[in-house]
Design a protein around this ligand. Structure first.
Ligand code: KG4
Ligand code: ZN
Length: 336
């Protein structure tokens, strides 16, 4: 089964052609980073406009790169939410239009479910059940996954998402947008032990997260260390960001491992933009020294927003005969 997938939930326009929910024939992502960079974050109105400009060329490119025409496609999958409604509506309306015009089966996909399923694009995906951590710009949640469509949420952030914290700290230090990859890069040569930022563990057995405290601690640290006339030194900045990153990563790893232990599960899957973070990948992989744990990491390109992961989920539903109506709407929040 060939699925054409479209993703426009935030600031990346993505289209992919996926064979049998696993094999990528094409996966095209057009980033709007250059548009939003000067504002220090995503401007929703600009994001929608940019998606309108990009969606037709990106989908055309995905079909061409896969060497297929629309006639050979068996179904269409598109992100329905959660995300920015204006952005979602562009991809959704476009996908509904081609489904209507071509008479192809059509399915709306939950963006979180797509992130959690990105691991199935890898050569050796896990079998169910497993613990899935989604860490992105909008979400930080832990799930027990017993199959496609069979999810139990074990915990989630009570305030900021991890990626949001990375972006806010980078903005505060004037480092640019998106902050995650910038902090990741700078941290490689910083000292993660330079400053002991707080780790919010909440109650002992809680699998919820909180990142507003660590973000505020960085704000307070900056306040108590005013910028000298010549500006902060590169080393000072590197130490702050790597200490901040260490605090976030430590909590993410601790709670994810705790979730596996509580559920008596061996397999752990990471997903979402923050799962591209080098230090997080390194730290969670260290946990696989424990024979009771097995860690699965999607390639960084499958961690950040892409349409291939939407194709994985779309295929799983379409092949079971599940369809969405063409009246389907977009939702800024959509529980899994
Ligand atoms: O999954 P994603 O592309 O979009 C959402 O669904 O939110 O995640 C984007 C988030 C941003 O907050 C970005 O700063 C963060 O993921 N991110 C990273 C890294 N790459 C992207 N955070 C830390 N380290 C990275 N290498
Ligand atoms: Zn995402």
């Amino acid at each position: 089964m060939l699925v054409l997938a479209v993703e426009t939930s935030c600031d990346d326009t993505g289209a992919a052609v996926i064979l049998d929910g696993r094999k990528i024939l094409s996966n095209v992502v057009s980033s709007q980073m250059a548009v939003h960079q000067k504002y220090g974050g995503v401007v929703p109105e600009l994001a929608s406009r940019k998606h309108i400009e990009s969606v037709v060329p990106i989908v055309t490119e995905a079909l061409e790169a896969a060497h297929v025409t629309l006639k050979e496609i068996d179904g269409i999958a598109v992100t329905q939410g959660p995300g920015l409604v204006g952005s979602l509506l562009v991809g959704l309306s476009f996908a509904k239009s081609i489904a209507f015009a071509s008479g192809l089966p059509f399915i709306g996909v939950n963006h979180i479910e797509a992130h959690l399923s990105a691991i199935f694009l890898e050569e050796k995906p896990p079998s169910f059940p497993f613990i899935g951590l989604v860490v992105s710009g909008g979400h930080t949640s832990l799930f027990r996954m017993d199959g496609f469509g069979k999810y139990l949420r074990l915990g989630q952030t009570r305030d900021d998402a991890a990626g949001e914290a990375f972006d806010k700290v980078a903005k505060l230090l004037g480092l640019g947008y998106p902050g995650g990859p910038i902090i990741d890069e700078l941290s490689r040569t910083g000292n993660p032990k330079a400053i002991r930022f707080p780790r919010a563990v909440l109650s002992k057995n809680s699998l919820d997260f909180s990142f507003s405290g660590v973000k505020t601690a960085v704000v307070n640290y900056i306040k108590t260390h005013p910028e000298p006339p010549e500006g902060y030194s590169k080393d000072f900045i590197k130490d702050i960001v790597s200490s901040f990153q260490e605090a976030v990563v430590e909590v993410l790893v601790k709670k994810t491992v705790q979730a596996a232990q509580q559920q008596g599960l061996k397999r752990i899957v990471l997903s979402g933009g923050v799962a591209a973070n080098q230090r997080l990948r390194q730290r969670i992989q260290e946990e696989s020294l424990d024979p009771k744990l097995k860690i699965y990491l999607p390639s960084p390109a499958f961690c950040t927003d892409n349409a291939a992961m939407v194709g994985v989920v779309g295929y799983e539903y379409l092949r079971r005969g599940i369809r969405s109506p063409l009246t389907l709407n977009a939702f800024s929040s959509l529980p899994l």
